[in-house]
Structure formats: C-alpha cells, structure tokens
Design a protein around this ligand. Structure first.
Ligand SMILES: CC(C)(COP(=O)(O)OP(=O)(O)OC[C@H]1O[C@@H](n2cnc3c(N)ncnc32)[C@H](O)[C@@H]1OP(=O)(O)O)[C@@H](O)C(=O)NCCC(=O)NCCS
Length: 168
C-alpha cells in the first residue's frame, strides 16, 4: 500500500473520536480489537487527575490517522495501545505517537514504562526497541480468543531514553 505524506497534528482523544477510532481499530487489530465500551471507560479516566492519557493524530482536514493511549499509576506507566492507519505507516507517525506517550509518562513522574506486544508483531517491537524498550518476559496466551503470546517490554528511566532517541 502506498504511504501518504501529509502534515499531522496530535491532540487529546475525545468521546466523539470513538467511532472513527473504532473503524481503524477493527482494521488494525482484526483478531483482538477493543470495543467502544473499552474506549468509553478509558476516556472516562482522562480528566485532570485521571490516570489515562489518550492522543489522536489528525490530518489537516481532521481525519484521524493514528492514536495511542497511556495508563500511568504511581511511578509505572503502561502503553495501552498505539496504531497508525495503514496508508500512513512507515512515515514516523508511530514514533511521534510513542514520543507523546513517553513525554506524558515523564511529566507524570513515571520511572518505568511497560507494554505488551504480540510475539509475532516484529514491526511494533522494532519501534519499541528504537525507544530503548527491552524484552522482560512472555505472557502466555495473553491475546484471546486467538491464544497468541505477548512479549512484555520495559523502558526504565524513560526521560533519559527519550533524550537519546530524539537526539542520539
Ligand atoms: C506499529 C505501528 C504503530 C508503527 O507505526 P508507524 O507509523 O508505521 O511507525 P514509524 O513510521 O514511526 O516506524 C515504522 C517504520 O517506518 C520507518 N520510517 C519512519 N519514518 C520514515 C520515513 N520518514 N520514511 C521512511 N520510513 C520511515 C521506520 O524506520 C520504521 O521501520 P522499521 O519498521 O523497519 O523499523 C503500525 O505499524 C501499526 O499501527 N500497526 C498495526 C497496529 C499495531 O500492531 N500496533 C502495535 C500494538 S502493540
């Protein structure tokens, strides 16, 4: 598929974004898509003082072409989701969204960031490795009903690694 080079902007995800986000979600995670109810419940915790941070990437006409979400509890952050429209992949948008989550985790005082990624999703794993995430374990059968294992990856001291991935 040909990638489309367009200017994109990040902004907070709002409840009215759930429908277009779900259209992407069903395409990009055909085996284990989140439901609209899951997005409603995540966004309910994005208020000031809440422990979630969800972002969308939009084109100039407002079309959502990517999104990502973070949970931050105490000093631990967790990348909840990250996805980019197939037509916009390979242009650095995934890195932009991940940078947004890492920066937000640093602002919230997280000293470690964790995530789960399908063991067969090498592309996403490469993105995480570029940011300094390292594999720390396997969760057997984490993705159901397809029964695929998750690789758990961790980034310690995200502030330092962010500086390196941006300037290194
Ligand atoms: C994983 C995912 C979010 C990455 O998004 P992306 O926008 O393609 O990510 P990036 O463009 O930042 O980086 C991906 C690749 O593009 C390359 N790239 C980045 N900027 C580029 C540019 N300007 N020109 C050409 N290539 C570029 C990167 O080097 C990288 O290559 P690699 O995969 O060989 O290492 C995306 O593939 C996706 O949505 N996948 C489906 C959902 C999914 O699996 N999500 C992760 C769940 S854990």
């Amino acid at each position: 598929m040909t990638a489309v080079h367009v200017r994109t902007t990040l902004r907070p995800m709002r409840w009215w974004d759930i429908d277009p986000v779900m259209a992407l979600e069903l395409r990009l995670f055909p085996d284990d898509a989140w439901s609209p109810a899951m997005y409603w419940s995540e966004l309910a915790e994005t208020h000031p003082g809440g422990n979630r941070h969800f972002t969308v990437a939009t084109t100039e006409d407002g079309t959502i072409v990517g999104y990502a979400g973070l949970m931050a509890v105490g000093t631990e952050g967790d990348v909840q989701t990250i996805a980019v429209d197939e037509r916009h992949q390979g242009l650095g948008l995934g890195a932009l969204l991940l940078t947004d989550l890492v920066e937000e985790s640093v602002r919230r005082g997280c000293t470690e960031l964790l995530l789960e990624v399908r063991v067969d999703n090498l592309r996403a794993q490469r993105l995480y490795e570029r940011f300094g995430f390292v594999p720390v374990g396997i969760r057997r059968g984490y993705y159901q009903p397809i029964n695929v294992d998750a690789l758990v990856m961790r980034l310690d001291h995200p502030n330092d690694d962010l500086k390196e991935s941006l300037h290194g």
